[in-house]
Write a protein that binds this ligand. Sequence first.
Ligand SMILES: O=P(O)(O)OC[C@H]1O[C@H](OP(=O)(O)OP(=O)(O)O)[C@H](O)[C@@H]1O
Length: 209
Amino acid sequence: MPDDNKYYISYNNIHKLCQKTAKEIMARNERPDIIIGISGGGLIPARIIRSFLKKKGEKNIPIQAIGLSLYENLGLDSQVDTIGKSVVRTQWLDFGALEEHFDSLIGKRILIIDEVDDTRTTLHYAVSELQKEVEDQQRKLNRLNEITNLSVFVLHNKDKPKKANLPEEMMNSHHYIAAETVPDKWLIYPWDAEDIEEHTQMAIQQGHN
Ligand SMILES: O=P(O)(O)OC[C@H]1O[C@H](OP(=O)(O)OP(=O)(O)O)[C@H](O)[C@@H]1O
């Protein structure tokens, strides 16, 4: 029997959450020009959803990876509330091999993908850094009038108080998409499973298959 404090998720479940989300995005006519996957956990849903965002006669949506890792930032004393987490940027955008029209993010519809929105620290960092990057490029290239659209897609949003925010505009529109909002439990993704068959059975028993 699966441990009730753990929330097991199967590959099939992830596939279906991506499919459902892509349908919603396509129905709103908001197919992204570029996908930015937050490495490591965001890369798998990024690749899966790309297939469901395919459009006849259109090229595959390019995927860029950014690497963001959270690390414990200990305060001066051992109080829990002085313990925070910092984001470390381990990898950033590289348009080098993309076509000429991908010299920047200006004017693009961008979909940022991660597997989980836990404290929201990582997403806050990704969105604000990408916004800054676009604004810098706009100033540099004197392309101030172009509108860039940033959206976020996560498989799971943990229902808990967050430590950082996303822009209100994003939260109030369809530009923050959580395929599922889940209780604040330990989410067990299939890529961490030692025994994938047993893991999948747990997910099936919990109804996340
Ligand atoms: O909402 P937050 O509290 O910021 O947490 C979410 C982040 O934590 C995990 O990343 P982690 O650094 O563990 O790396 P991984 O993706 O490589 O597993 C996860 O992939 C998210 O990026």
